[in-house]
Design a protein around this ligand. Structure first.
Ligand code: VAH
Length: 312
């Protein structure tokens, strides 16, 4: 990767990925784009362009203007929002992806876009979900992610575009709070723990989902993109995870740092239904074997770091 063009650069992953890539590859070599600009470090600290990923012409012309050799496509609607606006979600998630893939094909650029544990559904084996298994998700987000994996593999086999992807679990971060996800309870709980010493979870106790701390997610993207192409058996997309927990377990870990922290439940049926359709834990062996994936943060280490950073 030398000249990196990022869409959705002001989102939960994009905003931290942009800064990390600028530190590694040089500020002027990382072009951040999003549907609108804001005063965040990602928007202000280097090249930024307003790009609507559903506008084919603007995306390709902007990527060409910077002679991008890598396209990192992060712009998308997450699961809960997509479920409320399924047609808009299809148009943005699939229209944006197609434009990003066409840009990569035209520019002969390397390509990354994330998939998700949301690409699995109720008929997928729920525990230690394999890399290659049944994928019949029952959410629009999941349909977009499965279609996106197939489309990205198609661009590799048909046009030789070096496409790579990761099936992310819920990502936890303290820089840019996520918007519209199902796993976001695991982010909100830290903010509420510090502010109020208690949290009311919209996901029910006993609901296991895979999770990962943002620093591990960013390293996974860079390690995958820098991996030796000849070693990759899979491409779109690799299972990656760091931990799997249910609300009672993250609450207990927070209580180790904030004694007396209390969790209560007011389950949101819509997001509970999405969570229930996803795996309890996925198997990341393929990522470990093919490009050396490794997560540094477990629940204990992440909780200490999240609370420390948020207290500041
Ligand atoms: C969501 N955070 O909740 C995203 C992610 C696995 C969850 O895809 O939609």
């Amino acid at each position: 990767m030398k000249k990196i063009f990022i869409t959705g650069a002001l989102g939960q992953i994009g905003s931290e990925l942009t800064i990390k890539l600028r530190n590694i590859y040089g500020t002027d070599n990382v072009i951040a784009t999003d549907i609108r600009k804001n005063d965040s470090e990602a928007a202000q600290s280097g090249p930024f362009e307003v790009v609507d990923v559903t506008d084919t012409k603007t995306m390709i012309e902007t990527a060409r203007k910077y002679e991008a050799d890598t396209i990192i496509h992060m712009a998308a609607l997450l699961s809960a929002t997509a479920e409320k606006n399924p047609v808009f979600a299809w148009n943005l998630n699939m229209g944006g992806l197609m434009n990003a893939l066409e840009s990569a094909r035209e520019l002969k650029a390397q390509f990354f876009t994330p998939s998700s544990i949301g690409a699995f559904g109720p008929s997928t084996p729920k525990d230690q979900t394999p890399q290659d298994t049944i994928q019949r998700p029952t959410t629009m987000y999941g349909v977009n992610k499965v279609a996106g994996e197939l489309l990205a593999d198609y661009y590799y086999h048909k046009f030789g575009v070096d496409t790579r992807g990761l099936r992310f679990p819920g990502l936890i971060s303290y820089v840019t709070p996520p918007g519209g996800g199902t796993t976001d309870y695991a982010v909100e709980i830290y903010y509420e723990a510090i502010k109020n010493g208690r949290y009311t979870s919209y996901i029910d106790k006993g609901t296991y989902m895979d999770m990962m701390y943002m620093p591990d997610a960013l390293n996974a993207i860079i390690d995958l993109m820098e991996a030796d192409s000849s070693k990759l058996i899979h491409r779109n997309s690799f299972n990656v995870t760091a931990m799997s927990f249910e609300p009672e377990e993250i609450a207990a870990e927070i209580r180790n740092s904030i004694p007396g922290f209390e969790i209560s439940y007011d389950v949101d049926p819509a997001r509970q239904q999405i969570a229930d359709s996803w795996p309890n834990s996925i198997d990341a062996t393929a990522a470990k074997e093919e490009w050396g994936f490794k997560a540094e943060y477990d629940l204990e280490k992440m909780t200490i770091d999240m609370l420390e950073k948020l207290k500041k």
